[in-house]
Design a protein around this ligand. Structure first.
Ligand code: MN
Ligand code: MN
Length: 313
């Protein structure tokens, strides 16, 4: 049985891609089971509830040599803790290639599109397989989530085509209304502890040369209600400070992305982060908040700039 899973701190794409890809592989004669590497966020819980589906099980500790398929990620820092001992046989992803290595020749499908769901739809169509209503719903939701319904600069024509194809199959007539309901669910954070908010959509990235390696934690809160998040700024900064110390990081950033206005204001923990944001983005911080303008994509606008900055440093 092939174990299929997305990244740690899973988002809607990480969860739905595991479900859809496991189902696709099973239909193609490869027995596969979807898993998750963490708790569902509120948006993903909404998507599964609306679809009447169960969340995949939490990934158990897998014995060395177990065959696995990665979706929506490929870097070991974002994956199962013992990834280096596992046998990665397949990857379907839309992120930059990281430190992935395999023991056997793998099936790899990478495309620079806005969402793994877009690639998974192509895999169905290439295999001549019909898309069922639940898979359509899951892929559609993932594309709307990853592209913020086409507001993100990561959006491609393929993502738009996929949504146009999937919406009628999924039985979703008004895509914008559905997307806004997803974003509202994601923004309804209630009394979620600050560290949970920080880690909900959070990834650790290695930067810099081998001689001067850096590990940075970068969290994103995409919300339709940024005022709520900034109302908890002091708590969030304390959580960032604790996570930075616990995980031995060089820096921690938390970007608050206003989905409807397409803007990013990032919490600035210390002089270290302030200097990097100033030198890499020309952003100056006041009141421990830096205005990153319309840079709302961690993958396309934040991480590449930091990579370049630390490579020069
Ligand atoms: Mn993801
Ligand atoms: Mn994704």
């Amino acid at each position: 049985m092939l174990a299929v899973f997305g990244h740690l701190n899973p988002d809607t794409d990480a969860i739905t891609a595991a479900l859809v890809y496991a189902h696709l592989l099973t239909r193609q004669g490869v027995q596969a089971q979807a898993y998750r590497l963490g708790e569902l966020n509120f948006e993903t819980a909404f998507v599964l509830r609306e679809a009447g589906m169960q969340a995949p099980a939490l990934l158990p500790e897998l014995p060395a040599g177990t065959a696995v398929a990665l979706v929506d990620h490929n870097e070991s820092a974002q994956s199962a803790p013992n990834l280096s001992e596992l046998n990665v046989t397949r990857v379907v992803d839309h992120h930059k290639l990281g430190d992935l290595t395999t023991t056997q020749p793998p099936y790899l499908r990478f495309e620079p599109v806005g969402c793994t769901g877009t690639i998974l739809l192509k895999l169905h169509r290439e295999a001549g397989l019909e898309v069922d209503v639940l898979d359509a719903r899951l892929m559609l939701s993932a594309i709307l989530s990853d592209t913020l319904h086409f507001r993100s600069p990561t959006t491609t024509a393929d993502d738009q085509d996929a949504v146009a194809f999937l919406a009628p199959v999924a039985g979703i007539e008004d895509v914008e209304t559905y997307a806004l309901a997803m974003f509202a669910a994601k923004s309804d954070l209630g009394d979620t502890p600050a560290e949970t908010l920080l880690r909900m959509d959070y990834k650790v990235f290695p930067f810099g040369h081998p001689g001067a390696p850096q590990q940075w934690g970068i969290g994103v809160i995409e919300t339709t209600n940024p005022a709520y998040v900034f109302g908890r700024q002091a708590e969030l900064l304390r959580a960032m400070d604790a996570v930075k110390a616990e995980d031995g990081l060089n820096g921690v950033l938390l970007s608050v992305v206003d989905i409807l206005n397409g803007t990013n204001r990032t919490l600035v923990l210390s002089a270290t982060e302030e200097k990097v944001l100033r030198e890499a983005f020309g952003a100056s911080a006041g009141e421990q908040v830096a205005d990153l303008g319309a840079r709302i994509s961690r993958k396309k606008q934040i991480v590449p700039a930091l990579e370049e900055y630390f490579n020069q440093a």
